[in-house]
Design a protein around this ligand. Structure first.
Ligand SMILES: [Fe+2]
Ligand SMILES: [Fe+2]
Length: 180
């Protein structure tokens, strides 16, 4: 689990047979099912979309793309990112985090940190969303959008890694059916 630049794996959940397993092997476990696969695919979508927006913003800064061209779609895709990420956090906070705490009460402190991350990321998403509304004004807005996207990415990438390393071992231990 990664917080504040440290890396300490969640300490109290251990798989019964062979101890902790690497993220690369998660999908090979019998308890890894459609719900977990879908949840991780949402995380990958966020990683891909943030990376793609970062590339488009760099192309705008280099003069290779026009930020006001509808095909560049910074406003459209940036707003999509903000809305989807806020919705994702909302479902985790209201549905899955409470269920995980009931299933594994000892992870409550880690879940509270993840919930706190959501609040911090939400503030960064608000600032990104505000800057996106200026993109149609042209190149001057690009640097602002770029810096605010960077702020979101730094928080969100660290958060997703911590979240996956906290939640997936619990799912692989207890089975995802208990989360439904
Ligand atoms: Fe989250
Ligand atoms: Fe998440």
């Amino acid at each position: 689990m990664v917080h504040n630049g440290t890396n300490s794996r969640f300490p109290s959940v251990r798989l019964p047979d062979d101890g902790p397993i690497s993220p690369e092997a998660w999908s090979q476990r019998p308890a890894f099912g459609d719900l977990t696969r879908f949840w991780l695919s949402r995380h990958q979508m966020f990683r891909d979309l943030m990376s793609d927006l970062r590339a488009r913003l760099r192309a705008c800064e280099g003069g290779d793309l026009d930020p006001t061209d509808p095909d560049t779609a910074l406003h459209r895709d940036g707003r999509f990112l903000c809305q989807e990420m806020l919705g994702h956090h909302g479902v985790e906070d209201s549905v899955y985090f409470p269920r995980l705490i009931v299933l594994q009460p000892s992870i409550a402190p880690w879940i509270e940190r993840l919930h706190s991350d959501h609040q911090d990321i939400g503030c960064s998403l608000d600032r990104l969303s505000q800057s996106l509304s200026q993109v149609r004004d042209g190149a001057r807005a690009v640097a602002l959008v770029s810096s605010r996207l960077t702020a979101v990415m730094e928080l969100k990438l660290r958060h997703m890694q911590a979240e996956e390393e906290t939640v997936v071992p619990v799912i692989l231990t207890l089975g995802e059916d208990q989360l439904r």
